[in-house]
Write a protein that binds this ligand. Structure first.
Ligand code: NOJ
Ligand code: CA
Length: 664
């Protein structure tokens, strides 16, 4: 990522008194306060203007030999500030401006250990991390992180329980006081004053993922533990080699949902791009030999319905070429699917001719997206990694979808949780290795994203969501229509998601009790609302060809943006996004609705004022309803300008999509 250093003024932090340093955001509205108690216990508080959002809350650690909750002495506190803009390799925004004030509080523990706490205040949130600046001691075993959040009111929060396998759950809303489970990070809060907050972590690279639980009226941290050789949870959470800096803990504070969605704090808290050459990293849409397996009309393993055959793939590659789709995924191309014990990532099934397909893809100008399902055997994958990536690279493959289907993965450290420190290390190793082979990663069953794509922009997208596949086979009937109106305000704030939108066939004869709770237009809306720089249109070519006029939107919609904004939305009810195509003046608007029909209002003030636009509007028809008439839609073309406001009806489970092209 290119970085433009605009200016770096130092020392505009307001330290009210050296013993109780205070950090204020650049616009002066947010403050972070720090102090040590009489016992030398570190505490912080967060204020918005005169309102306390988080009252004095604990910081620190327990290790296997030290109590780092108390007995600290304040050595020093230093402020700095920065205002810098950087350009993303891909993203919802091309340019991101990072304006913040920073405060470094240096503490000395009675044991002789130095621990600094870095605070950052942005206009739209605050963050902090722990920094052990000296290699004394050389290592620490963290048994508990004591970071807590004492909110001053019983806010409503959207969350999923921490044990949710691969984060594939339905987010639920309830007051903090009623959250009985330990919860995954992140959390989205609806504050009592009508504003919003997003609590998460950034730059998770060598540490366990954080989880949160309520106890005695405060949110406490529960770090994902290590496990022993019998897969029993250990007290150990993190093994640190000093010097060491923890991931950032951050909270976005926004007055409204557009502000929450626009925050780029998480990305700014990650390190700048480490890759010298990013020219090979390209956002793209893809189709795949995939939905057929989930709908049970094809199989991964060999047999009469084997999906990933040379013949099928040739057809898909040709279809992609003909319809402006840049790539094709194929699952089930390699040995191992019969028993999931050992997958080979260099040996195809006999009915898959990799050389021929690579040649065909190249001649058509279409990419192949490789697929490496590990069945959770990360250690086996690591052993094959160099060979696997060399093999893919030699066949011109620059994107791989990885997968870890297993509640507990086998790492080089034995059986571990995927969001443990061991899992986090594995995923990062994969991303760094892939970068050396110019391979982009789409990671399924990941650790929750934390913005690492800034540092390694070949980490394109991840699952970590209850995605479209649940609509093919879930015993509970499929994702509720509201699900996709929650995700943009929860999971997707943590990073791009491979949800796989774009289904054009809603019933599954093989699973009659399960279906997609959406209209066709909702599926088009998802192509804009769900952000992913590798965006899958997941249905079969033959289903797309039943509605070629609607499929035209999927052919045209990009997945890399100059700028993005939430036009309107309510969590769990609806959302409308507008995004400008990167490198062009076209705008794309997408909307999805939950169960209650409604009229959407879309002011077009984001358009250039100096020209008219041709708008192609794809919207629910008068009878549309996800249960009774999902295929009822209308397409109309109009000339519009920035002073117009559109009013569009959305059906139950409906939505719409618009392409706006400036008239030349
Ligand atoms: C789960 C993934 O989420 C899905 O996309 C994939 O098809 C299967 N695993 C098989 O790898
Ligand atoms: Ca999955």
């Amino acid at each position: 990522m290119k970085r433009f250093l605009l200016l770096l003024p130092i020392l505009c932090i307001f330290l009210s008194c050296a013993r109780e340093p205070r950090l204020t955001s650049p616009d002066g509205h947010l403050s972070v306060l720090f102090r040590l108690t009489d016992e030398g216990a570190p505490r912080y508080a967060v204020l918005r203007d005169a309102d306390t959002i988080i009252r004095w809350s604990p910081l620190g650690f327990l290790t296997d030999s030290l109590d780092l909750s108390r007995d600290f002495r304040l050595l020093d506190s230093r402020g700095s500030s920065s205002d810098e803009a950087w350009e993303t390799v891909w993203g919802e925004e091309r340019l991101i401006r990072d304006v913040h004030h920073e405060l470094r509080v240096s503490l000395l523990h009675a044991s002789g250990l130095h621990m600094d706490i870095l605070f950052r205040a942005f206009d739209d949130g605050v963050a902090f991390c722990y920094d052990f600046p000296e290699p004394k001691p050389a290592s620490l075993t963290i048994t508990d992180e004591l970071t807590a959040y004492r909110f001053t009111a019983d806010h409503a929060a959207w969350s999923i329980p921490w044990r949710t396998e691969y984060y594939e759950g339905i987010w639920t809303r309830s007051p903090l006081s009623q959250k009985a489970d330990t919860l995954c990070s992140p959390l989205t809060l609806e504050l009592a004053d009508g504003s919003y907050a997003f609590l998460h972590e950034a730059a998770l690279t060598d540490y366990p993922a954080q989880n949160l639980y309520m106890a005695d009226g405060e949110f406490r941290t529960y770090l994902t533990p290590w496990m022993d050789s019998a897969a029993c949870v250990l007290p150990d959470k993190a093994y640190l080699s000093l010097p060491f800096r923890s991931p950032w803990r951050f909270i976005v504070l926004a007055h409204d949902l557009p502000g929450l969605v626009a925050s780029r704090i998480m990305l700014c808290l990650n390190e700048p791009c480490r890759l010298d050459d990013t020219s090979w990293i390209r956002p793209m849409k893809f189709i795949g030999i995939w939905w057929g397996m989930h709908m049970k009309s094809m199989t991964w393993e060999q047999g009469p319905r084997h999906g990933a055959t040379t013949e099928n793939m040739s057809r898909y590659l040709q279809f992609a070429h003909d319809h402006n789709i840049q790539a094709v995924l194929a699952e089930g191309w390699n040995l191992g699917w019969e028993d999931w014990r050992h997958f080979s990532f260099t040996e195809p099934y006999p009915d898959w001719d990799m050389d021929r397909l690579a040649h065909l893809a190249d001649s058509l100008g279409v990419q192949i997206v490789g697929h490496n399902e590990t069945g959770g055997n990360a250690a086996d994958y690591e052993q094959q990694l160099e060979d696997a990536y060399a093999y893919h690279q030699s066949h011109g493959i620059h994107a791989i979808k990885t997968g870890y289907v297993s509640p507990i993965i086998r790492t080089r450290d034995g059986l571990q949780l995927n969001k443990s420190q061991s899992g986090v290390r594995h995923y990062r190793h994969v991303i760094e290795t892939a970068a050396r082979y110019h391979i982009m990663i789409d990671n399924h069953e990941p650790v929750m994203p934390t913005g690492l794509q800034r540092t390694f922009p070949n980490l394109m997208t991840q699952e970590g969501v209850r995605g479209q596949e649940w609509n093919a086979w879930s015993q509970d009937g499929g994702n509720p229509a509201s699900h996709v109106t929650v995700l943009p305000f929860t999971r997707i704030l943590a990073g791009p998601v491979d949800f796989t939108p774009g289904v054009f066939s809603f019933e599954n004869p093989a699973m009659p009790g399960t279906r997609v709770h959406s209209t066709l237009m909702n599926q088009l809306g998802l192509m804009v609302c769900i952000y992913s720089p590798l965006q899958m249109a997941c249905d079969l070519p033959e289903n797309y060809m039943k509605y070629p006029d609607a499929f035209r939107f999927i052919e045209q919609v990009p997945c890399d943006w100059e700028q993005s904004r939430l036009v309107d939305g309510r969590i769990g009810e609806f959302c409308i996004f507008a995004r400008q195509q990167r490198g062009a003046d076209d705008w794309f608007v997408g909307a999805v609705n939950a169960d209650d029909p409604r009229e959407a209002v879309v002011p077009l003030s984001m358009l250039r004022a100096d020209c008219a636009y041709t708008a192609t509007i794809y919207r629910d028809g008068p009878k549309a309803d996800w249960q009774t008439a999902p295929y009822d839609y209308l397409i109309e073309t109009r000339t519009l300008s920035s002073s117009d406001t559109l009013r569009i009806s959305m059906a139950s489970g409906g939505g719409f999509a618009i392409r706006l092209t400036p008239d030349k």
